[in-house]
Design a protein around this ligand. Structure first.
Ligand code: SF4
Length: 263
């Protein structure tokens, strides 16, 4: 059936749509990965999502990204509704950085919400509040990465300072939306953002924000290594090791003094 709604014919550059993910929100998720990101995290595991343009690997064998309308994405999402029903899942919009294409993502999330589909986003919050606020009102969950409290280091390792991100987390962390859940994620990069001082600072910042549901610590991994090679991009952190379970638990014990923390 042809669906009519505002924004249905807007186009966006979609990296890929993954089905049945269990890592990107409650239940089974359909994850819509958008292309384009204003950050350049040295540990990024999806380098094929950084560039907003459609791109092809050096050997010409793989193309990353395609232009889709909001309705075309919704057609894919609706196919998975039976799985949402049984698992409590829904649609998650991720990236790259989903706020890089705000009109498209706002229309997509609004439509999914209108159709009764559980909605989540994964974002760095590196954008203006004017673009973030309209999305939050139709969201069940926002997973926001907070990579470093030290702004100079944030710039050194991601390419941008963190003041905009901290301000947006403060606003979302105090927002009055009854069905909205804010979860902060910290990818733990050994020697970069896992010191006692950095984790104390993170815990103390989140402790003051009543809408933060919990903090999740994610161990660094090297999943993107092969894609860097295929795209001909230098991967500076390719020799870094994944933190041990023991170290993850030590990090958790620090932030958990201030905010419920899971690993
Ligand atoms: S914000 Fe995410 S997608 Fe963007 S560069 Fe960092 S890790 Fe990669």
């Amino acid at each position: 059936m042809r669906q009519e709604y505002e924004g249905r014919d807007l186009t966006g550059t979609v990296l890929r749509i993954e089905k049945s993910s269990i890592y990107d929100g409650d239940g089974l998720r359909t994850v819509v990965f958008m292309k384009g990101c204003p950050l350049r995290c040295k540990w990024c595991s999806t380098p094929e999502g950084m560039n907003e343009k459609i791109e092809t690997t050096k050997d010409g064998k793989i193309t990353y990204g395609s232009i889709m309308t909001v309705e075309e994405v919704m057609e894919e999402v609706r196919k998975d509704i039976p799985f949402y029903f049984h698992s409590g899942g829904g649609m998650t919009v991720s990236g790259g950085e989903m706020l890089f294409q705000p009109e498209f993502v706002t229309a997509l999330v609004k439509e999914a919400c209108k159709e009764g589909i559980n909605t989540a986003v994964e974002t760095s919050f590196y954008s203006s509040w004017r673009r973030i606020e309209p999305i939050l009102s139709c969201l069940n969950t926002a997973f926001v990465d907070l990579k470093l409290m030290d702004s100079s280091k944030h710039r050194e390792f991601t390419g941008v300072r963190n003041e905009i991100i901290l301000n947006n987390i403060k606003k979302a962390g105090n927002i009055d939306l009854p069905n909205f859940k804010l979860i902060i994620r910290r990818p733990l990069i050994p020697g970069v953002n896992d010191s006692e001082e950095e984790l104390e600072s993170l815990g103390q910042f989140l402790e003051k924000l009543p809408r933060v549901h919990h903090l999740q610590l994610l161990p660094y991994h090297r999943y993107g290594t092969d894609t860097y090679r295929k795209l001909g991009i230098d991967y500076e952190l390719k020799d870094m090791q994944t933190p041990s379970d023991q170290h993850m638990e030590w990090c958790r014990s620090i932030t958990n003094k201030y905010i419920k923390t899971i690993v």
